[in-house]
Design a protein around this ligand. Structure first.
Ligand SMILES: [Mn+2]
Length: 242
């Protein structure tokens, strides 16, 4: 049986309706890795979140907007971007409940930030305003799949074991980033300017967050599919143990 991966979605408002949506490359990366992805509608209902977790084998926290700084105890600075409070509330509840069950979890970009904030860490609300000497992490024009900057992968990490490479060129579409890493987590990749580009849990079997977008890169650079395959394998392993 293929593992079922619950995928978080974005909310947009247009033509007077609200839509919940996701760039299909996220779904393609998961299906190409042997998973059945299902999109999880945003909810604050704890019982429904519990129901979601009863039908999925793993979770994928997708990219998206800024995270409410009150989540990590800060007032917003003026550089903060768009916030969807309902999505933040949902994803933080979902993450905490899933992590307490040791469910395999992958977070991409905002998803990596959600993992860190939900686990008790903090974020830069805006790296350009809050950290000196920062390089470019958010090009104005890009088709997505091309590399934008370098990262160094820390060798003693699950991420290194997955990618088998300590130097990579990756894409970058973020102005927020992990600041203080949550207790029980460690940094597994840095950009040249010191910006944290990946984290993982020390205590869980598979909780990994990456700041870049492998779902936009894997069709051009197949090695990035390994990150999704690792999530799928972690789910398969967990199901065998059950
Ligand atoms: Mn970056």
């Amino acid at each position: 049986m293929k593992p079922i991966i619950g995928v978080t979605v974005d909310k947009i408002r247009g033509d007077s309706y609200n839509y919940q949506k996701l760039n299909e490359c996220n779904l393609k990366a998961l299906t190409d890795s042997g998973a059945i992805p299902i999109m999880l509608p945003i909810t604050g209902d704890d019982a429904l979140i519990g129901d979601y977790l009863n039908i999925v084998d793993g979770l994928y926290f997708s990219g998206g907007n800024d995270i409410d700084p009150l989540t990590f105890g800060e007032d917003p600075i003026k550089e903060i971007g768009a916030i969807d409070y309902s999505r933040d509330e949902f994803e933080i509840k979902l993450f905490r409940k899933a992590a307490s069950k040791n469910m395999p979890i992958l977070g991409i970009c905002r998803g990596a930030q959600v993992i860190n904030a939900a686990a008790g860490g903090t974020l830069y609300q805006d790296i350009y305003a809050q950290k000196e000497g920062v390089n470019g992490h958010s090009p104005n024009f890009s088709s997505g799949g091309y590399a934008h900057h370098k990262v160094k992968i820390i060798k003693d990490s699950k991420l290194y074991n997955i990618l088998q490479n300590d130097k990579l060129n990756i894409n970058s579409f973020h102005h927020q980033a992990v600041k203080d890493v949550a207790e029980g987590y460690k940094v597994t990749a840095y950009a040249e300017d010191g910006i944290i580009e990946a984290i993982e849990s020390v205590n869980h079997s598979f909780v990994i967050g990456v700041q870049w977008h492998p779902e936009l890169m894997f069709e051009r650079y197949s090695m990035f599919l390994k990150i999704f395959e690792a999530l799928v394998n972690a789910c398969l392993k967990k199901n065998i143990e059950k």
